[in-house]
Design a protein around this ligand. Structure first.
Ligand code: EPU
Length: 427
């Protein structure tokens, strides 16, 4: 068992360097399947979700050479079976990207229904709608989705909801299709643009990524490339909130300030000082902080993946704040854990009402998912006393070296690993 032990009350100070974007990496790595030659990918975050993708590629027969901790050379030329091993696929949401990438290259794919953080129902009907529109037949049997197409032909697609995963899969499946595909009501997140830039660097013809309408002209082949993944907007936002909550003064480096605008503007509204530079941002936590209302929206709105973290900060603001979750049905599960630390939050469906408190107090808590876990870490850093956080594997799915990065900022955080054999003797 692994847990974090955090002694709160330290004001974070110093510099932190942001890693590559998780949600770009988990799309770009499967996209190497479409290349006719080796790809060198830099700035890959060293996190467990990425390790799972790399293991899947390796088990499928890709040649993977480690150049350094964050750079890999991936050659998928020798993959012959368009099928993803069942157990690994169901561990994460992004395994669905193998459906699009394998379909694009082999005109068929077989992947288990994806897993991922539990925020209620997580359908993939829009992904399937897109594959079918391109000409694939779709079958679901024994927990596996199977796609088969005689040929893939460009199509005009309108997504019923704005979907990040659906937009990514549509790009993956159509870059090698015949003719032009138009995706309307496309997602506009920075990782959508990053995937399009990566595919274009392999010879794809994608225009409009980052807007509502993406146009993809199918090409015959894609070649290998060298590419560096963008910085992680949500990791950066998490450290911004941690700096503010701990009343610290932190320079967050290797970021793209434009990607953080919705977070920056909310922090400023609350009363936090944010100073932007070309590729870094300084956050100074002040008191008192003022209440704010936040609704999560697709990009460029306030990101749902920052909702638990900003809610922690709103707990420390004077007055009553309202947080409305605009993307997921059930993303307030962490509130029960936050209440153990003294939060005063009531939840009604997709709306949370947060009453400001003076400070958090410590307690043993459990991470319920990735961003919920990050939120608990922030609350524990700002709390009085020692907080123990269990189920930290959720956090390590998406934050590279979080303990080391926080320790360098002065935090009193330790990771305790108890070998299973010791636990068995005790239990
Ligand atoms: N939706 C449908 N049908 C679909 C697909 C989505 O109805 O076929 C709905 C969902 O139920 C949801 C909304 O559309 O209400 C948005 O879902 P989306 O497809 O955009 O989410 P996703 O691709 O499954 C990605 C991120 C999530 C992030 C969301 C929203 C990855 C691997 N995951 O998920 O990130 O919350 O976009 O921005 O990119 C995280 O990093 O912590 C995380 C959960």
């Amino acid at each position: 068992m692994e847990k974090y032990v955090i002694n709160g009350g330290v004001k974070l100070r110093g510099e932190v360097v942001i890693s590559g974007a998780k949600n770009a990496a988990v799309a770009i790595l499967p996209a190497t399947i479409l290349a006719n030659g080796p790809c060198i990918i830099e700035n890959i975050p060293n996190i467990s979700d990425v390790s799972v993708i790399i293991k899947i590629l390796s088990e499928m027969g890709a040649d993977i050479r480690v150049i350094n901790k964050n750079t890999l050379e991936i050659d998928t030329t020798h993959i012959t079976l368009p099928e993803v091993p069942y157990e690994k696929a169901r561990q994460m949401r992004a395994s669905s990207y193998f459906l699009g990438a394998l379909l694009g290259r082999f005109r068929e794919s077989k992947v288990a229904l994806p897993g991922g953080c539990d925020f209620g129902v997580r359908p993939i009907d829009q992904h399937i709608k897109c594959f079918k529109a391109l000409g694939a037949e779709c079958d679901l049997q024994f927990g596996m989705i199977q796609l088969k197409a005689k040929e893939l032909n460009g199509t005009h697609l309108y997504f019923d909801v704005v979907t990040v995963g659906g937009t990514i899969n549509a790009m993956l499946a159509s870059v090698l299709a015949n003719g032009q595909t138009i995706i309307e009501n496309a997602a506009k997140e920075p990782h959508i643009v990053d995937l399009a830039n990566f595919l274009n660097s392999m010879g794809a013809d994608i225009m409009g990524a980052g807007t509502d309408v993406i146009k993809i002209r199918g090409v015959k082949t894609l070649h290998g490339t060298s590419y560096s993944i963008i910085p992680d907007q949500i990791e950066a936002g998490t450290y911004m909130v941690a700096a503010a909550a701990s009343q610290g003064d932190v320079l967050i480096k290797n970021i793209i300030p434009k990607h953080l605008e919705s977070i920056t503007s909310k922090l400023e509204k609350i009363g936090v000082t944010v100073i932007e530079y070309d590729d870094s941002i300084r956050v100074i936590g002040n008191r008192p902080l003022l209440k704010a209302n936040i609704k999560t929206m697709p990009h460029p709105g306030f990101p749902t993946d920052m909702q638990p973290q900003i809610s922690v900060l709103l707990c420390l603001c004077e007055g009553t704040s309202i947080v409305t979750e605009g993307i997921w049905d059930n993303r307030f599960k962490y509130v029960d854990e936050l209440r153990r630390l003294g939060a005063d939050i009531s939840v009604d469906g997709r709306v949370a009402i947060i009453e400001g408190i003076k400070k958090f107090t410590s307690a043993p808590v459990k991470a319920t998912d990735l961003r919920a876990g990050a939120a608990l870490v922030i609350a524990a850093l700002a709390a009085e006393g020692e907080t123990v956080i269990e189920d930290i594997y959720h956090i390590e799915r998406g934050y590279e070296d979080i303990v080391l990065k926080l320790r360098r900022l002065g935090a009193d955080i330790k990771k305790i690993v108890t070998p299973d054999s010791v636990l068995e003797q005790v239990l």
